[in-house]
Design a protein around this ligand. Structure first.
Ligand SMILES: Nc1ncnc2c1ncn2[C@@H]1O[C@H](COP(=O)(O)OP(=O)(O)OP(=O)(O)O)[C@@H](O)[C@H]1O
Ligand SMILES: [Mg+2]
Length: 326
C-alpha cells in the first residue's frame, strides 16, 4: 500500500539557546511536545495555532530543514532524519515573507538559479520556468528585477520557485501573509488548482476563513501539542455545536446568564465586552432553541439584539485554544 503523504509519531523538538551576560545560561524551548499526525495524499491539510505554537518548526522538520529531537516523521514513507536527500527532490517549501530571493536580478533569473540548484535538466529548464511564471501570473514581469516587485509578486515568485521541480507535496507556511485581498484570493485559487492536479498541500495560516475555505482537514496546535485534528464539520461537533447565537446588550445580570446557560442544547457561553456593550455568545447543539425562545428567556429586555450564525472555524479555534489555556 502507498504510504501516506506525512506520518508523524511522538515528535518532539527542543531548541537550546545560550543567553545571559556570558552566554552561560542555556534556555530550552520545547517547541513540539509529542505530535502525532497523518496527512493523506492529495489533500489540503491545514495547521492552525497561535504565535509560537510550533507550526513553522513542524513545517521545517517535515521539509528536512530541521532535525527532530525525538520521535519520528515520515514524508512519502521516508524518514526525515535519515532520508532527507530522497525527500527533498519530491517536496516544495514556501515560507511566507520576502526573504530568499535575489533582488538584483529578474524573476526569471531567480528561477534559473533555483532550477540549477534543484538539478533540473537544462534541456527543459527554460520551458518549465516559462510555464511556472505563467501559472502564477508573472509572465509579464518575468524580466524585471525582483527589487521592483511588490510583496504579492514576490510571493508568487516564491510559489513558482517551490513548484519548479514538480513536487508531490508542497509545504506553505502562511502563504498569503501580507498579501492584499485580491492577491490572497488568487493565491488560494492557485493552491486549489494544484490539488486538482494531484499535489498534496500542507499549509499553516492565521486566517481562519482561509483554512475553512481551502482545507479538507485541520489540526490545531497549541504550545507544541495537537489539540484536535479533523474536518471543519467534525470539529464543530467536537466543540459543542454547529449553531452560534449571539446577543448584544448592556448590563447582563448573572441570573440572565444562568437562564441562557440552562437552555437546552447550549454547551458553552462566552462573554465579551466592547466598551459599554456586552456580547454573549452561545454555542448550541440541536434545533430545540430558536431565537424567540432565547428572547423569551430574557423578559423585559426588548433592546437586546439577538442573531444566529453558523459556528465558524474561528469560533472553533478560539474554543479549542482557550480550553487548552485553562
Ligand atoms: N531558532 C530558534 N531558537 C530558539 N527558539 C526557537 C527558534 N525557533 C523557534 N523557537 C521557539 O519555538 C517555539 C515555536 O516557534 P515556531 O516559530 O515554530 O512557532 P509558530 O507556530 O510558527 O509561530 P508564528 O505563528 O508566530 O509563526 C517558540 O517558542 C519560539 O520562540
Ligand atoms: Mg511560524
Amino acid at each position: 500500500m502507498e504510504p501516506p503523504a506525512i506520518r508523524i509519531q511522538d515528535l518532539t523538538r527542543v531548541y537550546s539557546a545560550r543567553k545571559g551576560f556570558l552566554f552561560n545560561e542555556v534556555v530550552r524551548t520545547e517547541a513540539l511536545r509529542g505530535v502525532n499526525l497523518e496527512v493523506r495524499r492529495g489533500e489540503i491539510f491545514g495547521l492552525l495555532g497561535p504565535n509560537g505554537a510550533g507550526k513553522t518548526t513542524l513545517t521545517k522538520i517535515l521539509a528536512t530543514l530541521l532535525l527532530p529531537t525525538s520521535g519520528r516523521a515520515e514524508v512519502l514513507g521516508l524518514d526525515v532524519a535519515k532520508e532527507a536527500y530522497r525527500i527533498r527532490p519530491r517536496i516544495g517549501l514556501v515560507l511566507g515573507g520576502e526573504r530568499g530571493l535575489y533582488n538584483r536580478v529578474s524573476g526569471r533569473e531567480n528561477l534559473r538559479y533555483f532550477a540549477d540548484l534543484y538539478g533540473i535538466e537544462l534541456a527543459g529548464r527554460d520551458r518549465r520556468i516559462d510555464d511556472m511564471l505563467q501559472l502564477v501570473g508573472l509572465s509579464d514581469a518575468a524580466d524585471r528585477r525582483v527589487e521592483e516587485y511588490s510583496r504579492g509578486m514576490k510571493q508568487k515568485l516564491h510559489l513558482a520557485r517551490g513548484l519548479l521541480h514538480d513536487p508531490e507535496i508542497l509545504f506553505l507556511d502562511e502563504p498569503t501573509i501580507g498579501l492584499d485581498p485580491k492577491s490572497a484570493r488568487e493565491t488560494r485559487k492557485f493552491v486549489r488548482s494544484l490539488v486538482a492536479g494531484g499535489v498534496t498541500i500542507f499549509l499553516t495560516s492565521h486566517y481562519m476563513f482561509e483554512a475553512e475555505e481551502l482545507c479538507q482537514r485541520i489540526a490545531v496546535l497549541t504550545r507544541g501539542r495537537i489539540v484536535a485534528t479533523d474536518t471543519v464539520a467534525a470539529l464543530r461537533g467536537l466543540v459543542g455545536g454547529d449553531r452560534t447565537i449571539e446577543l448584544e446588550g448592556h448590563d447582563f445580570e448573572d441570573a440572565e446568564l444562568d437562564r441562557l446557560r440552562r437552555l437546552p442544547g447550549v454547551s458553552r457561553l462566552l462573554t465579551e465586552e466592547f466598551g459599554p456593550l456586552e456580547r454573549i455568545t452561545l454555542r448550541v447543539r440541536g434545533l430545540e432553541v430558536d431565537l424567540p425562545r432565547v428572547r423569551s428567556s430574557l423578559p423585559g429586555r426588548p433592546q437586546i439584539e439577538i442573531r444566529e450564525r453558523r459556528t465558524s472555524l474561528e469560533d472553533i479555534y478560539l474554543d479549542l485554544v482557550e480550553e487548552e489555556a485553562l
